[in-house]
Ligand binder design. Structure first.
Ligand SMILES: *Cc1c(COP(=O)(O)O)cnc(C)c1O
Length: 237
């Protein structure tokens, strides 16, 4: 299937999920996750209109980022880059300045490293706080209970703009379990907004991957991260 056909199918599924839950499809941003595919396929996706590109490791992203930046002519739209994988402090200097969004902020030491690099570059970085809603041992992210304190600490790091929350459903979870995880992330966001007396910048929800994005949209996702279903894998090239 061509990337254009995949985009069509995904857009249809998004429109249906949005309408089932009384939402607008335009409020859901699609991140095309290119981590399984080549530079050529990534370029094809950008040409087909995928605006947001997601990668989980700088090592895998580097060739794509470099190529696209060298070959995008002046006046041509540049994709918006999202770093979605777990981030080590020693990789922060590679990522900050190249990725406009980081979805995996889950500890203060990482926030400090991002802030320091952002200050050097005189930029700010939009970040999602990654939450481990399900409490699975293997999952990255802080617990919901830690978030208010963390947001307080982030006030000392003004180069970081906490724009939303991110989570992943447990692997192999039943549909209803997945739904509850996504719902809890939305409820956490709503609580943070309600408790903040208007100063909370946390509005976005990054949740939903190829196998569960329609559930995520029904539960309020504003960014879905789609690899397999939208961009494909090695086997599709
Ligand atoms: C790989 C990855 C995705 C996309 O996964 P698919 O199931 O292929 O859509 C989304 N989010 C994160 C954090 C990932 O690492």
């Amino acid at each position: 299937m061509s990337i254009n056909d995949r985009i069509q199918l995904v857009q249809q599924a998004i429109a249906q999920a949005a309408s089932r839950s009384g939402r607008q499809a335009e409020d859901v941003h699609v991140i095309g996750v290119t981590k399984y595919v080549s530079v050529a396929r990534t370029v094809e996706a950008v040409k087909a209109g995928v605006i947001h590109i997601g990668e989980n490791r700088w090592q895998n992203a580097k060739d794509k980022w470099d190529f696209i930046h060298e070959h995008t002519a002046a006046g041509q739209a540049m994709p918006i880059w999202h770093f979605i994988g777990s981030l080590q402090r020693n990789k922060v200097k590679d990522v900050v300045g190249k990725f406009q969004y980081i979805h995996s902020l889950d500890r203060l030491s990482l926030a400090e490293a991002i802030h320091e690099q952002a200050e050097k570059l005189d930029i700010s970085v939009k970040c999602f706080i990654q939450i481990n809603i399900s409490g699975e041992q293997s999952k990255q992210g802080m617990s919901a209970a830690e978030v208010p304190q963390f947001l307080e600490e982030l006030k000392a790091l003004p180069r970081i703009i906490p724009i939303g929350l991110m989570t992943m459903a447990p692997l192999e979870a039943e549909t209803e379990v997945t739904r509850i995880v996504f719902r809890q992330l939305r409820e956490l966001r709503d609580q943070l907004i309600a408790q903040s007396k208007g100063e909370c910048t946390i509005t976005e929800l990054s949740m939903g991957m190829s196998k569960d994005f329609t559930i995520a949209i029904e539960e309020g996702a504003t960014f879905v991260r789609l690899g397999t279903i939208l961009i494909g894998t090695e086997e599709d090239e």
